[in-house]
Design a binder for this molecule. Structure first.
Ligand SMILES: Nc1nc2c(c(=O)[nH]1)N[C@H]1C(S)=C(S)[C@@H](COP(=O)(O)O)O[C@H]1N2
Ligand SMILES: [Mo]
Length: 257
């Protein structure tokens, strides 16, 4: 009991001091360096606590066929207009290849048929979007660990970057969608490159021909329309330098749930 009150007091104290901070509402995600530091250290703490409390390797909850959502919302890009992508989609992705490179001793170029011939994993999981909706779906694909083992990562590789075909920004030459994850998440058993959803090939709205499933993090981490993956030591010099399309626009890099 004493503990509960202590915690409540602490939270009340935190709320009071947060309220006292000289912030206009919209400053929260602005360039205010103090704000950024506070947010970044809070993010680091969340990541650290989650990994202490739940093991780095614990599994996200899996569901049954009966739990699958009858309607699964499609979000973000749902129909990329990139000319190369449109051409690949028109021929049923028969000419599409997943390029695997960067810090890899054995770079790969894999067709959908190659991926479908690899070991697969199927999982029924809940997708949580940062916007506040969730849907349950069944996903089948190749464990990313299998591909990375085949590619033989070189020493120094710390992150896997996933490059997508689409952009959410219509300006010519705009940044394309991309994401990055660390090797702990890349080798997690539920981290798969999915080509099937609910027992059928992935549709364009949901990321055809290949999308990431990363079940311990929020939806925006799960890159759709993947064209290329790269092992890197740092993502500082890629696009905005924060490790993802939405991260470059203020979202957290580690979006643990
Ligand atoms: N390439 C790409 N991947 C993306 C997005 C996007 O716009 N482009 N949106 C993200 C967001 S915010 C979510 S919630 C999920 C949506 O996946 P869904 O369309 O299958 O629901 O994809 C994520 N991956
Ligand atoms: Mo999302």
């Amino acid at each position: 009991m004493a503990r509960k009150i202590g915690r409540r007091r602490m939270l009340a104290g935190f709320a009071a001091s947060a309220a006292a901070m000289p912030l206009g509402g919209c400053d929260l995600f602005s360039d205010n360096p103090t704000t950024r530091k506070v947010l970044e250290s809070a993010e680091a703490l969340t990541q650290h606590m989650q990994r202490l409390l739940l093991s780095r390797h614990s599994l996200a909850q899996e569901f049954t066929e009966a739990d699958i959502s009858p309607y699964f919302k499609a979000n973000g890009s749902t129909n990329p207009d990139d000319p190369d992508y449109v051409r690949l989609a028109q021929s049923g992705f028969s000419d599409w290849r997943l390029e695997v490179g960067g810090l890899a001793a054995n770079p790969l170029s894999l067709s959908l048929r190659d991926l479908r011939a690899m070991p697969s994993r199927t999982q029924i999981t809940r997708h949580d979007c940062v916007e506040g909706w969730s849907c349950i779906g069944k996903w089948t694909g190749v464990p990313l660990s299998h591909i990375l083992e085949r590619a033989a990562l070189k020493p120094g590789a710390e992150y896997i970057v996933l490059y997508c075909a689409d952009s959410l920004d219509e300006a010519p030459g705009a940044d394309k969608y991309y994401e990055s994850i660390d090797l702990t998440d890349a080798f997690h058993p539920q981290t798969i490159l999915a080509y099937d959803m609910n027992g059928a090939p992935l549709t364009v709205p949901h990321g055809a021909p290949l999308r990431l499933r990363l079940e311990r993090q929020l939806g925006y981490k799960m890159a759709k329309y993947i064209m290329r993956i790269e092992a890197v030591q740092s993502f500082e010099r890629i696009a905005g330098g924060r490790g993802g399309y939405w991260e470059d626009r203020g979202y957290e890099w580690y979006a643990g749930i």
